[in-house]
Design a protein around this ligand. Structure first.
Ligand SMILES: CC(C)(COP(=O)(O)OP(=O)(O)OC[C@H]1O[C@@H](n2cnc3c(N)ncnc32)[C@H](O)[C@@H]1OP(=O)(O)O)[C@@H](O)C(=O)NCCC(=O)NCCS
Ligand SMILES: [Zn+2]
Length: 229
């Protein structure tokens, strides 16, 4: 097993020159976003994927072939895939993160913690009874972060398997936020899953899942210089 590479960027890394590297599907999706922040998150995610793979394959970023076909409807909003590498994209707030592994499926999720969320009512649709009871044990001021940690751990798992929101998150049972990250139970996936939290600062929670029986080495990179080069 080689390392998982985790590449981080910010919406401020977006610049018009990156648009020229997108394919027709990506340009259409970019144009469809109404808000600049959504455009920038999407653009930077595409640019990290293209530039990291291009560097490894000695191609130009525009020549990297990506597929985003949704297995449910055939539209181009599915998990992005490329030949010869496993990858996962996530964006929230001003952060964009992309995880890469040469062979094992990966899932990454970053979420801006919203202190105003009603964690208890969100828990009823996305946490198991066990997790909801654990969440209730956190002080009210710690609950938004705790809920978001559950959420990112679950999302990382379902993004690694490719299920995404088709999975019932209440059944994807992960360890409590104050415990080492682990998938405790999920009948929807058969096989080993390694789960870890990623450091993303006080305002964010982030997690990474890899479908492997081995704990991977994780190498983190700032994509800023790569996007400016
Ligand atoms: C993917 C998903 C789990 C995460 O959503 P989120 O937290 O809002 O967004 P994130 O920023 O963390 O992730 C977005 C990335 O997930 C990836 N993604 C989309 N579907 C995915 C899936 N089934 N599994 C894994 N990754 C997926 C995409 O690469 C996307 O990046 P992009 O902006 O470059 O397209 C959720 O949006 C989802 O399941 N989407 C599909 C829902 C949908 O449109 N269903 C309609 C089916 S017809
Ligand atoms: Zn679809």
């Amino acid at each position: 097993m080689t390392a998982v590479e985790v590449w981080w960027a910010r919406t401020t890394d977006a610049r018009p020159g990156l648009v020229g590297e997108l394919n027709a599907v990506e340009r259409e999706r970019l144009a469809a976003y109404a808000r600049d922040e959504d455009k920038n998150r999407f653009l930077v995610g595409c640019a990290i994927v293209r530039r990291v793979i291009a560097t490894k394959l000695e191609l130009s970023p525009a020549d990297v072939v990506l597929d985003r076909t949704c297995p449910d409807c055939g539209r181009h909003h599915g998990k992005v895939s490329a030949e010869g590498v496993q990858l996962s994209v996530s964006h929230s707030g001003d952060r964009i993160v992309v995880a890469f592994h040469p062979s094992a499926a990966v899932g990454v999720d970053v979420e801006l913690i919203n202190p105003a969320i009603d964690a208890d009512s969100l828990a009823s649709v996305s946490l198991s009874d066990l997790e909801a009871a654990e969440l209730a044990g956190f002080a009210p001021t710690a609950r938004a972060r705790a809920f978001t940690q559950y959420w990112t751990r679950k999302e990382a798992v379902v993004k690694a398997t490719g299920d995404g929101i088709r999975a019932d998150l209440r059944k994807v049972i992960v360890s409590a936020p104050d415990r080492p990250p682990a998938l405790r139970e999920w009948a929807g996936h058969d096989g080993p899953v390694q789960l870890m939290d990623l450091p993303a600062g006080v305002e964010y929670a982030a997690a990474l899942a890899i479908l492997s029986d081995q704990v991977p080495e994780v190498r983190s990179f700032d994509a800023g210089p790569l996007l400016r080069s």
